[in-house]
Write a protein that binds this ligand. Structure first.
Ligand code: PLP
Length: 452
């Protein structure tokens, strides 16, 4: 009978991601019917500030007619072509991306999601080493707390234990090391020493595993959904040095940080070192089209040359990889990011929001306010001295309270056990001061009420 009631109350037949549907029976969220700029509008007409730019992807903001028009024109002209053939927008986009990355040469492989972009990178690095005289190099090292995707291999690389329960056995050949975490570093270490310590985790792991078995290291320039963790300034350059020393390819997952999110066009620009491979999705087309890319240096690409029947080419295809409409929209999206100086706006708004949030620095639950550009986080604690993470129910209540005030922010829920205490703000890069004020005010009110 209980089942029957639940069924009757069930709102629809949609299986939502990351959702405990039992809770939905009591509290069914309203559908979003429209969005413009930084706001979503629900079926009741309420305006909700999209403080997370969807899933940190709608960089140019919602409701851009220009993007819809480009999509329409491209669909009418050529909606689809088998990916082994090519279309103008795809060729133009690959050239544009290399130019933006400052790469004179290189190659771009298109897919349609960040997970696929990383999965593609994993297959490429293994085949690359096989074909360059290092057939035992297959292991891929990543970091705890990082997110790299939902497929079996990218989920294995993901350093979030709670995303893996129930899906084992995972993919073999993956290892994890701790990420830099300045807020919780050993108190005797400076930030820089902590950075060096974390680089040593990589070097030691490579040595212990046998350098002849390690293919690649994958990292987000700064960990995003895992808890907005900004590395010490020396970290990336030292990682680059270790990767070079052991012929380990460095994959930079720019899925979130690419295209302006962190106040530079690409996240790695903050720290002055480059990857051998870059992966992109999200901000590439601001969510208007599903599009992603894996960009490799020419040196990697050249390892795939061979005779027709040698099986040295990359034997991998996605029906929607190199989609002409997605590429056309991505090109126009990039044009908007450049034309409207959205990267500079992200950097400016970082300063503005941080100044606002710093007003709450003395609040007993505010452990640390951190982030870069419009990828900002507040680590919530129940005790500042011991840095005990705030309980899930309380940090969740803060998120819900913001929503009641019409502001959508998120939390790094269901990632690693006991550390789901980071509020995440990642609004569209078109954010204006009045909208930033709404986010800061909502968080301020929610923090105040959380003490009651
Ligand atoms: N990499 C990072 C850093 C991400 O945050 C995400 C998604 O949130 C992905 C990869 C996977 O992207 P997608 O959800 O498009 O598969």
């Amino acid at each position: 009978e209980k089942m029957e009631t639940q069924k009757m109350n069930a709102p629809d037949s949609l299986w939502r991601p990351m959702t405990q549907h039992k809770m939905l029976l009591q509290n069914h969220p309203k559908h979003i019917v429209k969005a413009e700029g930084c706001f979503m509008i629900n079926e009741d007409g309420d305006r909700i500030l999209d403080g997370t730019a969807g899933l940190w992807c709608v960089n140019v903001g919602h409701g851009r007619k220009e993007l819809a028009e480009v999509a329409k024109a491209q669909m009418e002209k050529l909606a689809y072509v088998i990916p082994v053939m090519t279309s103008d927008p795809v060729v133009e986009l690959s050239a544009k991306m290399l130019e933006m990355l400052g790469m004179e040469k290189g190659h771009v492989y298109f897919t349609s999601s960040g997970s696929e972009a990383n999965e593609t990178a994993f297959k490429m690095v293994r085949q690359y080493h096989l074909q360059t005289g290092n057939p035992r190099k297959h292991k891929i090292i990543s970091r705890h707390r990082a997110y790299h995707g939902n497929t079996l291999a990218t989920m294995t690389a993901t350093g979030q234990a709670e995303r893996k329960i129930g899906y084992e056995p995972l993919a073999p050949g993956f290892l994890h090391i701790p990420p830099p975490y300045p807020y919780r570093r050993h108190p005797k270490l400076t930030e820089e020493e902590h950075g060096t310590e974390c680089v040593k985790f990589l070097e030691d792991t490579i040595i212990y595993e046998g350098e002849e078995t390690v293919a690649a290291f994958i990292m987000e320039p700064m960990i995003s959904g895992g808890g907005v963790m900004v590395p010490p300034d020396n970290y990336l350059t030292e990682i680059r040095r270790v990767c070079d020393k052991y012929n380990v390819l460095l994959i930079l997952d720019e899925v979130v940080s690419g295209f302006g999110r962190t106040g530079k066009m690409f996240g790695h620009e903050h720290w002055g070192a480059k990857g051998d491979i870059f992966t992109f999705a999200k901000g590439m087309a601001s969510g208007y089209m599903p599009v992603a890319a894996t960009v490799v240096t020419e040196n990697i690409f050249e390892a795939f040359y061979g005779e027709a029947n040698e099986l040295k080419h990359f034997r991998h295809v996605n029906t929607y990889g190199g989609h002409p409409v997605a590429a056309a929209v991505s090109l126009k999206n990039i044009e908007i990011v450049e034309r409207e100086n959205l990267v500079a706006n992200a950097a400016k708004m970082e300063r503005y929001i941080k100044a606002g949030l710093n007003e709450f620095a003395d609040h007993p639950f505010v452990g640390e306010i951190r982030g870069k550009g419009l990828l900002l986080g507040i680590e919530l604690v129940s005790d500042k001295e011991s840095k005990t993470p705030l309980e899930t129910a309380r940090s969740n209540a803060i998120v819900q309270n913001c929503m009641k005030q019409g502001v959508h922010v998120m939390r790094n829920g269901y990632t690693v056990p006991g550390l789901d205490n980071v509020l995440i703000m990642a609004p569209p890069l078109v954010l204006q001061e009045s909208e930033a004020d709404m986010i800061v005010d909502a968080i301020g009110n929610a923090l105040k009420q959380a003490l009651n």
